[in-house]
Design a protein around this ligand. Structure first.
Ligand code: NAD
Length: 348
């Protein structure tokens, strides 16, 4: 097909196409691939342009922009977080993202990222748990059984060899939904009626609740020696999930400290509270898990580099597939200085 001369087309992955792509690759295979891309970018951490995400808060939620660049590509994600949305039949978290070529500044990919965020958050959790959770961890408590929960669980299965998940949500309907969705994935699924019951025998404790307040999903006395905590839901000022006492007993691992100190569980702690950056653990510059008694805590807030890795992955995987359409979103006249002439000619 000959394209009109003003068209520099940008591949666009819709929600439908993202779902087709995920099924074409296989959910668990894609989670493993994403974890590899994310780990590879954590290994290149120092060369990235990094900034805490730009957040616009309202009383009911937050809208954020998450940019980063590795010098060759530039990416950003638009994402919201509105815990009240589910009661109105809407998603708590929705997102889309863009990847651009640093040399020309032209976009090379526009994609839905609501699905992709759930996948990348889960892949990051499992990639981190692979480094920090006790060896042989096979049981996880999954507290908060909303939109992210099945993704979190499947990534732990695909990447860490999880065998059993113990579900708890304050809304039993969410637990029922999660158990139903996980019924045939090859895991033992146990529905629990209290968070205390959910953590019984679990080596990995995942908290993934949504409430715009300082909640205490795990109290200090619930967390025994030797567990790995994967704290996903506390990701905004005034929105945390863990009792402060847990933070003082745990070794805390973070993505990008300037962002996590504002948004993560450690917002409860003094500014100089000691944390370890994950990229240094992955590069073996800093220790991760030292012994079986240690409590490791991934204070996850979600960082732009994880989205960049996910965008890179989608760009690579859609080549030569039918899982995208070309968008005419960039005016690109043959004579670069004749933008106005292009507009005039379009009248006829
Ligand atoms: P969701 O609204 O679909 O699900 C949240 C669940 O938490 C609901 O089922 C709700 O009933 C439950 N819940 C709330 N308070 C609870 C409590 N006290 N005890 C037990 N359950 C409780 O939200 P989601 O899309 O699954 O996201 C969950 C959280 O993860 C949100 O806070 C979101 O901002 C956060 N998140 C973090 C990252 C990251 O990278 N760290 C990425 C995506 C989402």
């Amino acid at each position: 097909m000959t394209l009109p001369s003003h068209k520099a087309l940008v591949p666009f992955v819709s929600v439908d196409n993202m779902m087709r792509l995920v099924h074409d690759i296989g959910i668990e295979a894609m989670l493993r691939d994403l974890a590899e891309y994310i780990e590879a970018d954590f290994k290149r951490w120092e060369l990235f342009d990094k900034t805490p995400r730009v957040a616009s808060h309202s009383e009911v939620g937050v809208i954020e922009l998450m940019p980063t660049s590795d010098g060759e590509a530039y990416g950003f994600k638009y994402v919201n977080g509105h815990p009240k949305n589910t009661s109105e039949g809407l998603q708590t978290v929705t997102a889309f993202g863009l990847l651009a070529d640093v040399y020309t500044g032209y976009p090379v990919l526009l994609t839905e990222m609501t699905m992709l965020t759930a996948l990348r958050t889960a892949a990051t959790s499992a990639m981190v748990a692979k480094h920090l959770a006790p060896k042989g961890s096979d049981t996880m408590a999954m507290i908060g059984n909303g939109a992210q929960s099945e993704f979190q669980t499947l990534a732990m299965k695909a990447i860490c060899g999880l065998k059993t998940v113990r579900l708890y949500d304050k809304d039993p309907a969410a637990t029922e939904k999660c158990a139903r969705n996980l019924a045939a994935v090859g895991l033992e699924v146990v529905c629990c009626s209290t968070p205390e019951e959910a953590i019984e025998g679990a080596q990995i404790l995942t908290t993934c609740t949504a409430d715009k307040q300082n909640a205490t999903i795990l109290t200090d006395n619930m967390v025994g020696a030797g567990v790995h905590i994967n704290a996903i839901g506390g990701d905004c000022p005034g929105k945390t999930e863990l009792a402060a006492g847990i933070l003082t007993r745990a070794d805390v691992f973070v993505e990008f400290p300037p962002q996590t100190r504002v948004e993560g569980e450690i917002q409860q702690m003094p500014d100089d509270f000691e944390v370890t950056e994950l990229w240094q653990v992955i590069l073996e510059q800093k220790p991760g898990r030292r012994d079986n008694k240690q409590i490791t805590l991934f204070d996850s807030v979600g960082f732009a580099i994880e989205d960049f890795s996910a965008l890179r992955y989608i760009r690579d995987r859609i080549k030569d597939t039918e899982f995208f359409i070309d968008l005419d979103m960039l005016a690109d006249p043959d004579d670069p200085r004749d933008l106005f002439g292009m507009l005039q000619r379009a009248e006829h």
